[in-house]
Design a protein around this ligand. Structure first.
Ligand SMILES: *Cc1c(COP(=O)(O)O)cnc(C)c1O
Length: 361
């Protein structure tokens, strides 16, 4: 079979080099004669690997020393519960910015644990999707925290400016944008991300949390979601997702060898520009999100003639372009172009889009 490019939103493709390395050491890791997934998380080999993965991530993101990095179970949705359970004491409320499907889902889950104030920031003006600038969000200065989702994976909306919340802790769901471009971690109180989009396989969630926020959990918080406990135990209070942790470590090494986040940021900008230009330069395809809020990671686009959707997906697959069907909630197409997607994949996609357009006018 010729080369396949997988545009799935998650679990997403991983770098080929990483997969080959994992394959080469699959049944005999570091000369132990065992697979890494068969070894104790308390063994010295695993502990060294785990520490290296954490320090590589700290390097990549310049994470300050007064932040803990946790390797958790439970995915992005697990954090929808863990965040309010750890950061929302009774008598306080939290502001949730609603910019699309995932931030809405986070707010709905948080409502189980306390008083949640929903703030809608997306509107349609003359058929174009706009995001309200953060200065106009009307945040509550007494909130326990502000939660937002800088990249809405389903809707294709990305907010590049980090909101200024003054002294209110800022919490970000970065599941689909972490490590895609440089950010100043100090501006956040907590960042979380399910691994299966830009880090590694599913089953692992990264939490980066400022240490002064630890230890305020609600009484009912399960141990495996308790940030303080997880930090005290180096994310090994219970058995962590060991194989996913190992693969994430390989991805961090790959990214460092590539030149780090600043290097991948340039590639990501190039990939996204190529795809959006192709969409904008055609009256056959459409993306109606205002230019400054378009996601660099998840690019939804619509065929003006929706009756061609099925044919587009089928022929794309025949050309080695996988998983382009849009999310069921928004329809159309979606190309997820995370860090692991090489520019060749996007070039092949836009080539196919032009050809498909010519053949169907
Ligand atoms: C995928 C995704 C989630 C959900 O992740 P799970 O690991 O499936 O729970 C949450 N938030 C965002 C922004 C996502 O893209």
């Amino acid at each position: 079979m010729s080369e396949v490019f997988n545009f799935c939103a998650g679990p997403a493709m991983l770098p080929k080099e990483v997969m080959k390395k994992a394959q080469a050491e699959f049944i005999n890791w570091q000369g132990t004669g065992c697979s890494v997934m068969e070894l104790s998380h308390r063994g010295k080999e695993f502990i060294a690997m785990a520490a290296k993965a954490e320090s590589d991530l700290r390097d990549l993101m310049s994470i300050p020393d007064d932040y803990s990095v946790l390797f958790c179970h439970g995915g992005g949705r697990g954090q929808f519960s863990a965040v309010p359970l750890n950061l929302l004491p009774s008598g306080k409320s939290a502001d949730y910015i609603i910019s699309g499907s995932w931030s809405k889902a986070a707010a709905v889950e948080a409502e189980h644990y306390g008083d949640i104030n929903l703030i809608d920031v997306v509107s349609q003006v003359d058929g174009e999707t706009h995001v309200l600038p953060s200065e106009k969000w009307g945040l509550n200065p007494d909130a326990a925290f502000v939660h937002y989702c800088p990249n809405e994976t389903v809707d294709g909306i990305e907010m590049f400016n980090i909101p200024n919340t003054n002294d209110v802790p800022l919490v970000a769901d970065m599941s689909s944008t972490i490590l895609s471009h440089q950010i100043d971690v100090k501006k956040f109180a907590l960042i979380y991300a399910g691994a299966q989009k830009n880090i590694g396989p599913s089953g692992l969630t990264i939490v980066i949390v400022r240490n002064d926020l630890l230890g305020n959990e609600q009484k009912v918080t399960p141990c495996i979601m308790n940030y303080k406990l997880l930090a005290d135990y180096g994310s090994m209070y219970n058995t962590p997702p060991t194989y996913a942790w190992y693969l994430a470590g390989l991805v961090f090494q790959w990214l460092k060898e590539l030149g780090g986040v600043s290097a991948i940021e340039k590639l990501n900008a190039e990939k996204a520009a190529l795809l959006y230009q192709t969409i904008d330069n055609s009256d056959f395809y459409e993306n109606s999100i205002e230019k400054e809020s378009r996601s660099q990671m998840n690019v939804p686009f619509w065929l003006k003639d929706e009756s061609l959707n099925e044919a587009f997906v089928v022929q794309a697959e025949q050309n080695g372009l996988f998983a382009l069907k849009g999310h069921r909630k928004v329809g159309g197409m979606r190309a997820s172009i995370y860090n692991a997607m090489p520019i060749e994949g996007v070039e092949k996609l836009v080539g196919f889009m032009r050809k498909f357009e010519k053949g169907n006018r």
